[in-house]
Design a binder for this molecule. Structure first.
Ligand code: AOF
Ligand code: ZN
Length: 412
């Protein structure tokens, strides 16, 4: 039997369902499954919060005996491995479904085609690749982390009519209106982590949480690129670090004197070898004030004792400090992936946006254009609608009040 418009309709339903738990299934993908018998949905489910149980077993439980002879639509190839739960392919076989329709095959090396093979061996008809493009988009974070060992990166920019993202020395400047802001909060809610540079953290003093009623519990981990530990203890980020995690990425080139027992700073790199240039023999590392970046509002001292006390104070406030090169996204991103971060939202400012764009490590751009004029002392946007880097396809335009959102995405 070939693919019918009905198949696409039910797969579209499964994809929509999968989006309910985007960003809330830990390292597992959020998968949607609907079970259809005689044109009627008799079971449906999305991967549970936290990642388990998987979608199929829950949808099958809902369908009960009605699953026999039915068709299961799943956004991702059913798993074949005995992980933390038994394989979904076995559950599908045991339920007696007659056909399984899949959107995307699973790149997880434990599955990778074996789920489909198991179903076929059991005599079940399997059709894969239905609405694959939409399916891949719904699984973008999972697929990027699995195949590229880094999170899926979204860059969000809000640009004024005169091409600015803010005003020098003025902290937060409202560029978009409340409808666009609500949309950004919805995006934060489905993202694992949100990242800003220390310049923005100091100038804007942002909270970076989700404040949409009902979604408050879904705030992403907040990450600040902060080479010299300049994040003020009085910042909203530091003051709320016990409620929503804050990770400060400090430069591994400026080590605090007392580092740790082994003389090595904590590292988020999977390979725990000492950072470049560091002592390999366990001797006390020497702080080398080689950092040349400047945080707005003055460059904090890179004197080892000062660094050490700032580190202790931030940690006492509940901030986690990791040592990794903050200026090389190609090093930082895999380190975040190994911590289970599959999606990252880069929210500011202009310098940080440029850093990720220049490294070619942005997968999606959400560009808001607002009618507001910034004028004097404007901070120029790193890009506008006329200079989107090559390789990005325009995915569409939506209006939020007077603000226009254009989305651009790279194939992956
Ligand atoms: C499915 N249905 O709803 C999801 C799947 O750690 P485990 O045992 O939960 O396995 C995680 C892997 O299971 C994950 O890498 C991916 O291959 C698959 N996720 N599979 O059949 C689901 N979430
Ligand atoms: Zn499964």
């Amino acid at each position: 039997m070939s693919i019918t418009p009905h198949d696409e309709r039910f797969m579209a339903a499964a994809i929509r369902l999968s989006r309910w738990h985007l960003g809330r299934t830990a390292t597992n993908p959020s998968v949607g499954c609907v079970i259809v018998r005689d044109g009627v949905i008799v079971g449906r489910a999305v991967t549970a919060l936290g990642g388990r149980p998987h979608a199929e077993t829950q949808a099958l439980a809902e369908a009960g005996a009605l699953a026999r002879g039915a068709t299961a639509y799943v956004t991702l190839e059913p798993c074949s491995h005995h992980g933390k739960t038994p394989p979904c392919s076995e559950a599908l076989i045991a339920s007696g479904v007659g056909r399984v329709v899949i959107s995307v095959t699973d790149p997880d090396p434990r599955v990778s085609g074996r789920g489909i093979a198991m179903l076929r061996e059991a005599g079940i008809q399997v059709d894969a690749g239905v609405l694959e493009e939409e399916g891949r988009r719904s699984l973008a974070a999972y697929l990027t982390r699995q195949t590229k060992n880094r999170p899926y990166v979204t860059l969000k920019l809000a640009v004024s009519a005169d091409g600015m993202v803010g005003r020098q020395g003025e902290g937060q400047v409202a560029i978009t209106g409340p409808l666009a802001r609500a949309q950004v909060h919805a995006l934060r809610a489905e993202t694992d982590a949100i990242l800003v540079g220390i310049g923005t953290a100091i100038a804007d003093d942002p909270l970076l949480t989700v404040r949409t009623p009902g979604l408050e519990a879904q705030s992403p981990i907040r990450i600040v690129l902060d080479p010299t530990l300049a994040l003020p203890l009085t910042s909203k980020l530091a003051l709320t670090a016990r409620d929503v995690p804050v990770i400060v990425v400090a430069s591994e080139e400026v080590w605090p004197l007392s580092a740790d027992a082994e003389g090595l700073p904590p590292s988020i790199l999977p390979d725990t070898s000492p950072p470049v240039g560091g002592p390999k023999d366990g001797s006390r590392p020497v702080a080398r004030p080689r950092y040349s970046g400047r945080a707005e509002g003055g460059t904090p001292s890179t004197d080892a004792t000062d660094m050490d006390s700032r580190r202790a104070a931030l940690e006492a406030a509940g901030v986690e400090i990791v040592y990794c090169n903050p200026y090389h996204p190609e090093i930082l991103l895999p380190a975040l992936a190994t911590r289970g971060i599959s999606s990252l939202l880069v929210e500011g400012g202009a310098k940080t946006a440029r850093l990720f764009l220049e490294a070619g490590l942005v997968d999606r751009i959400q560009l808001y254009q607002a009618p507001v004029v910034i004028g004097q002392r404007g901070i120029e946007s790193p890009l506008d609608a006329t200079d989107i880097p090559s390789g990005f396809a325009h995915r569409g335009t939506r209006m939020f009040g007077e603000d226009r959102l254009d989305e651009y995405e790279r194939g992956f």
